[in-house]
Each structure stands twice: as C-alpha cells, then as structure tokens.
Design a protein. Structure first.
Length: 324
C-alpha cells in the first residue's frame, strides 16, 4: 500500500526524513480493525515527529498521521480516535502509557490503517470524509479545552492566541457556536481578518492591550505569547495549555499567578466519547472544520512545507493518492 513515512529525523530540516512509497500491508492484532482511509489531516505533531520529538529512533520508519476518516471492514463510515490507551477513570488520555497513532503504531498517512476496534467512532452522514478527518486531533483538542477545561459558561470572554493554526481556528468556530465571546490574536493581518470571518468578535496583534481582561486564554503558542496570556487574565482566570509551538519554557511570572489566583490547566487531546459528541455538535450547529487545502497523499510534501512555513489557515487534508 502507498504510505507517507518518517524514515529519519532532523530538528533543523524535518522534511528531509519524509519518504513516500510502498509499505507492507498492516498486520491486524486481535481486537483491532482495518480502516480504508478516505481522508486524513496534517498536524504539527507530524512535523515534531520529523524533528525527532516524541519518537524513538528504533521505531523508524513509521507511517505518519494521527487523523483519519474512512470505511471499516464491514462498510461502516467511521472516524478514527487516535489515542491508544486504557481508560483511567473513563479517560484514556490519563493512561501514563498512552500513545498516539504514529508514535508506537503506524499512523494514518496510508491507504489503510489498523486501530483498536474500540477507537472507531461512527461518522455522521452530514459530515464529509474531509471534514471528519479534521476532528480527532485539532478539533477534539479545541472541544475539550473550551467546553471542559476552561471552566467558563457560554457568554464568557475567551482569548485565543495564534489564530490560523488548526486548534486555534477550531476554538474560534466552536466558541462562536457555543455562545462564547471570542477574541483572537495573530501576527498576520490576513489571518486576523479571516478570524473575524470565522466568528471572532475582535482580533488583535500579538501582545496588544485588550479592552478588558478575559476569563480564560486558550494557549497553543507557548513561549512567544505566554506573558501576554498571563497579563490578559482577570483575577481568578485560567490559561488552558495544549501546545507550545514557539517554546515550552517561558518565564512563569509566579508573583502574578499567586497574587491574582490564576490557574494554569493542561489539556491533551480528548476521549473517544468526546470525539463522538464533537461530531454530533457539528451536525447540530452546522459548524464545519476550516480546510485550508486538500491534496492527494502523493503530494504530501506540499502540505508539510506549507505547515512548516506558517502558510496555513485551518487544516491541510490528504486524500487517497492519485490514480489509486
């Protein structure tokens, strides 16, 4: 089968390890299922793998990709939940031995992927395969950040740092549909304008003084925006962190944290049940993922290059390779 793999890692030139070509058909352990991939979405996680972050060298080569929507052996249209783990208090993300597809097991950038049968979520007929493929990582992460981790009721004000990325665009769209007042930042004037079109109430340049302090900040950028995130919170406010693409060790500013009784809450992916509710939420509200571009899998390097250079608004989606 055709697949996109990581064959080597390089922190400075990640795309050097991106390899396209034939791979053996996957073996199917007991309790697992084969999914024929109809669409799969690109995430920063895939770039981090190519940089050597979160992957053991003895696991290479490995098929990349966390997200997929497709058809199982029985002909059911499904969405693949990419967290491989045993639920702890009903939450598989709390399993200390959990992994994502493409970390210990081959991922979704292939014509077929093998996953635990329990990880299959029915795909609503109202979602296309391309839309559904955007959900398991970026949109699920945003859903949990906003509706579980933020601690805010609808009508509250939320600041989303770094509008343009997959999680950030999902946060804006979900927040608008959920009744939150969403503010967003971006270095790009064009991305700020698109964030307004997507549903943000106001947009700002990074570090800008806000009209008022907010109840929660959705943080995926990390070091570059951390100081602004802390200063943007009202007393008792909360930062929800699910990523740190610009760096993971900013100054903590503990004086501000304890004096204003701020909270810093980590959030990683979401549960299978939350993925199912997210899909239902989209069907009920009419919200759909923002797809930046759709490419056949054999043109995957174009999508990787666009993501690496910050030239993406929403999600890059891959479909089966040309002529297959």
């Amino acid at each position: 089968m055709f697949a996109v793999t990581c064959t080597s890692t390089d922190p400075d030139n990640p795309l050097a390890g991106l390899t396209l070509g034939e791979r053996p058909e996957p073996e199917v352990p007991g309790g697992w299922a084969v999914v024929t991939v109809k669409a799969t979405a690109l995430n920063h996680h895939d770039l981090w793998t190519l940089r050597g972050v979160g992957i053991r060298q003895d696991r290479l080569p490995i098929v990349l990709g966390c997200d997929a929507a497709g058809v199982d052996e029985d002909g059911n249209e499904v969405i693949v939940h990419s967290v491989i783990g045993t639920p702890v208090q009903g939450d598989e993300t709390l399993d200390p031995k959990r992994s994502l597809l493409s970390e210990s097991h081959d991922g979704t950038f292939a014509e077929r992927v093998v996953v635990p049968r329990a990880n299959l979520v029915p795909k609503p007929a109202g979602l296309s395969f391309e839309e559904a493929a955007c959900l398991p990582t970026a949109w699920l992460t945003a859903y949990r950040m906003l509706f579980e981790k933020s601690g805010l009721e609808p009508g509250s004000t939320v600041l989303v740092q770094g509008a343009g990325g997959g999680v950030a665009t999902a946060l804006i769209a979900l927040g608008r549909a959920g009744g939150y007042r969403v503010w967003a930042t971006s270095r790009s004037e064009d991305k700020r304008a698109r964030a307004l079109e997507l549903g943000a109430d106001q947009v700002f340049a990074p570090g800008a003084r806000l009209p008022e302090r907010v109840g929660a900040v959705m943080e995926t950028v990390g070091q570059a925006t951390w100081d602004h995130s802390l200063k943007s919170l009202r007393p008792g406010g909360r930062i929800v962190v699910s990523g740190a693409t610009s760096g993971a060790v900013p100054p903590a500013d503990l004086n501000r944290v304890f004096f204003l009784q701020l909270s810093v809450v980590g959030s990683t992916m979401g549960t299978r049940d939350q993925l199912g509710r997210l899909a239902t939420f989209l069907v009920q509200t009419g919200v759909r993922p923002i797809v930046d571009r759709v490419l056949p899998l054999d043109r995957a390097p174009e999508g990787f290059a666009a993501l690496e250079h910050g030239e993406v608004f929403g999600k890059v989606v891959f479909t089966p390779p040309t002529g297959r």
